[in-house]
Design a protein around this ligand. Structure first.
Ligand code: TRP
Length: 326
């Protein structure tokens, strides 16, 4: 089986966007690849270093969500980046061969410096974000990396580092990893902007059924529709797109009722809330169970650490020998 690695930064609670954008795919890929799933807490620290206390809490909290959404520690290696110091060693070796220009030109770097004004990201570490990501991937010699569109630049840089390494040391050790852009539906937040922690417009996997109903009741709908009897425009409505993602069997009926002015937005949002609660209920149950048994989660991470470490040590020994280090 080919190897696959992916990771997430533990910077907040996971939400429906993570479920449909990543976790569902991750869970499905488990049978097809030898999978490594990593909590990228060092990457979180690169932007959250002034507020680092929460990283630890979200690390466990996110892993609980991963497990609740179907990641299976029997099939996958689930681990925390900062527990595998070998990643930093490869990161350093890659840092030494990565030209500054490649990093300064990286579109995500320029964008984040522009956008994240509340943090000081003019640091040495943050510039090297994609170099650490390359080390994360290549230390496992992963061929496949399921990521969103926004991460493709980092994968391109990873491949450039591979080629530079091979060119410098005349030996092919690493695969050139490919992004797995699985089809992921675009899920907007309850205010119709991108679903994001920083906009506080998300439905968290940890929200209670009541909290969820309150959020769905607040969702924006078709602004042109004032009265219930006005014909709605389901194709332009965020609620409709939620139904098409989470309950495609229902959309034909909704479309008719809405566009004929028979189904009001309040009722429609109530139906959505109920549907989402029904889908999230099994996840909530598992979440509750695991939250009560945090030591189970810690054991899983410990097993993950052991399995991941063994692979990393092998790669590093090989790499150091090729470079000419002791
Ligand atoms: N940069 C990724 C993100 O923000 C997280 C990440 C860190 C990652 N290391 C990785 C993803 C390695 C894939 C592979 O989503």
């Amino acid at each position: 089986m080919k190897r696959l690695l992916s990771g997430m930064r533990p910077t907040g609670p996971l939400h429906l966007g993570h479920l449909v954008g990543a976790l569902k795919n991750w869970a499905a890929l488990q049978g097809q690849y030898q999978c490594f799933f990593m909590v990228a807490d060092w990457h979180a620290h690169m932007s959250e270093y002034e507020n680092a206390q929460s990283i630890r809490q979200y690390t466990i909290d996110n892993v609980i969500d991963w497990l609740s959404c179907g990641l299976n520690p029997e099939k996958s290696t689930i681990f925390v980046q900062s527990q595998i110091p070998e990643h930093t060693e490869l990161h350093l070796l890659f840092s030494n061969i990565t030209p500054l220009g490649w990093l300064e030109r990286c579109p995500t770097y320029k964008e984040q410096l522009r956008e994240l004004k509340t943090r000081n990201l003019h640091t040495y570490g943050f510039l090297g974000y994609p170099v650490l990501q390359a080390a994360d991937i290549l230390i496992y010699k992963a061929q496949a990396v399921p990521v969103g569109q926004d991460q493709l630049a980092h994968l391109e840089l990873t491949r450039e580092i591979v080629r530079r390494f091979h060119h410098l040391y005349k030996k092919e050790v690493f695969p050139e990893p490919q992004g797995l852009l699985t089809e992921t539906p675009k899920l907007l937040g309850i205010d119709q902007r991108k679903m994001s922690k920083s906009y506080d417009n998300f439905i968290a996997l940890s929200d209670s059924a009541d909290e969820l109903l309150k959020k769905t009741a607040k969702m924006f709908t078709d602004p042109q529709r004032i009265k219930k009897t006005d014909p709605g425009h389901p194709q332009k409505c965020n609620i409709y797109s939620y139904f098409s993602i989470f309950s495609p069997g229902q959309i034909e009926e909704l479309e008719q009722e809405c566009s004929r002015g028979k189904l009001g937005c309040t009722e429609c949002k109530k139906r959505l809330g109920e549907k989402l609660n029904q889908l999230l209920e099994p996840i909530r149950q598992k979440r509750k169970e695991l939250s009560k048994h945090k030591s189970t989660v810690e054991d899983i991470l410990e097993q993950g650490r052991e399995k991941a470490s063994a692979v990393c040590r092998q790669t590093l020994t090989e790499v150091k020998k090729i470079i000419g280090l002791y």
